[in-house]
Design a protein around this ligand. Structure first.
Ligand code: PLP
Ligand code: ZN
Length: 416
């Protein structure tokens, strides 16, 4: 892996060889998040934009020379990546924009963005012949790890809050993971998982701790820019819980700038639920993100319910270094965005996915986005992940099915 230079601590700046530490900088406990650093000259010699033009690999592995894996590493056989980037003229017009795209990561194999990270986790764990991979999750990272492990027959242990939506729990059970429903919040599940990993020596996929998860998530930025002909958008909207996705989006763009494949950095817009807005508070009040005490998170968008955003260093940098912003939206705005997005472009998002679009609407309302900007909204999760949430959303906008007896006369009366 000579294209990976080192792992750099985001707190003290110390650089470690990839074999020197496993996850974090040992000088700061679990907070010592590190960033994977690359030799871009070497990568640029191994992969060009022209190579990609002719690549028939329509997965994240088309960018393998930019990923922290061995060139000959075996990768899981599920199709992760290269999700559609829809140009949505109607939704754009409705929101008063000229150029709007929706990147639909609800189309990934386990139906959320998390597959991008879990694919890397499986490769890294198998690199060291780990017996078991463990993760704590609000549900989607778990389902993603579960599915990718099933594809390669890798034992795994999952910690999720017992309140996780049924569909996500069903995925875990169907894929055959060892499933632990934690009687508490995601934050409780995370702490328990960290203790269990220390006790049993399992491979740790936890977000904001395992530095390679960012590296999987960054592939979405490669795809967005490539799908736009390497003409980077002006602004990208993404929902934020732990902050690993927005950090990954930022990392991917930084890679592309370093390679000279794009010519500007898009502004990153982190959207949080009002009841789970730790990043927004820290950003707005200029608080020290490392010492800020956790909040009690509460939102209908379960995937972004995080009292202590685990990837907060990268998440804060993503917004401040790109001149973006953090915004909050209410649960009602999140629910309203589900049918608006679905009816405007045919993409059905779970609450945390629709949160990004709700954030765009709020940003437009606040005059933060000008009409001719090129805007991308990422849908991070499929609507079928949370049918109860979707039913609440349609109820809120007054959409109801109509009952009809099975004969034409009756139908005519009902239709009127
Ligand atoms: C995990 C997740 C998010 C947020 O990602 P973070 O890295 O926790 O900020 C957003 N949407 C969905 C659907 C998710 O599963
Ligand atoms: Zn350090």
């Amino acid at each position: 892996m000579n294209h990976v230079l080192n792992l750099k601590c985001l707190i003290c700046g110390k650089e470690y060889g990839v074999d020197e530490i496993e996850y974090v900088c040992p000088d700061h406990g679990n907070e010592g998040i590190v960033d994977v650093q690359y030799d871009y000259d070497l990568i640029g010699r191994r992969l060009s934009q022209g190579d990609l033009l002719h690549s028939t690999n329509h997965t994240i592995w088309r960018y393998k020379p930019l990923l922290p894996v061995q060139p000959d590493a075996a990768v899981p056989p599920l199709t992760v990546g290269w999700t559609p980037l829809y140009r949505t003229a109607r939704l754009a017009a409705e929101s008063g924009l000229k150029h709007l795209w929706v990147k639909d990561d609800g189309r990934l194999p386990t139906a959320s963005f998390k597959d991008r990270a879990s694919a890397i986790a499986v490769v890294k764990a198998q690199e060291q012949q780990a017996g078991v991979i463990a993760v704590a999750s609000t549900g989607n990272a778990a389902a993603a790890l579960s599915g990718l492990c099933a594809a390669v027959k890798q034992p795994n242990v999952i910690f999720v809050p017992e309140t996780a939506p049924q569909a996500k729990i069903a995925q875990l059970l169907v894929f055959g993971s060892t499933v632990l429903l934690v009687e508490g919040t995601y934050d409780d599940a995370f702490e328990l998982c960290m203790q269990a990993v220390a006790e049993y020596g399992w491979y740790n996929r936890n977000t904001g701790y395992n530095p390679y998860m960012t590296e999987g998530k960054k592939t979405v930025s490669y795809e967005i820019c490539e799908q736009l002909g390497w003409h980077a958008p002006d602004r990208i909207f993404v929902s934020v819980g732990d902050g690993c996705i927005i950090g990954g989006v930022h990392k991917g763009l930084k890679d592309l700038l370093a390679l000279g494949w794009i010519d500007h950095m898009p502004k990153l817009m982190g959207i949080q639920a009002e009841g789970s807005a730790d990043m927004h508070q820290a950003w707005q009040n200029g608080e020290n993100i490392l010492t800020k005490p956790p909040i009690a998170a509460r939102t209908i968008a379960d995937s972004i319910s995080a009292g202590l955003p685990r990837d907060r260093l990268k998440a804060l940098a993503a917004v401040t270094e790109t001149n973006g912003a953090y915004l909050t939206v209410t649960d009602n705005q999140i629910l309203a965005a589900i049918p608006t997005l679905a009816r405007g472009c045919g993409v059905f998002a779970e609450p945390a996915g629709a949160t990004a679009y709700a954030g765009l609407l709020k940003a437009i309302e606040q005059g933060l986005v000008s009409p001719d900007e090129r805007v991308v909204v990422i849908n991070t999760g499929n609507g079928l992940k949370d049918v109860a949430g979707a039913m609440k959303a349609v109820e809120q906008v007054g959409t109801q099915p109509r009952r009809v007896a099975p004969d034409l006369e009756n139908l005519k009366r009902v239709i009127g």
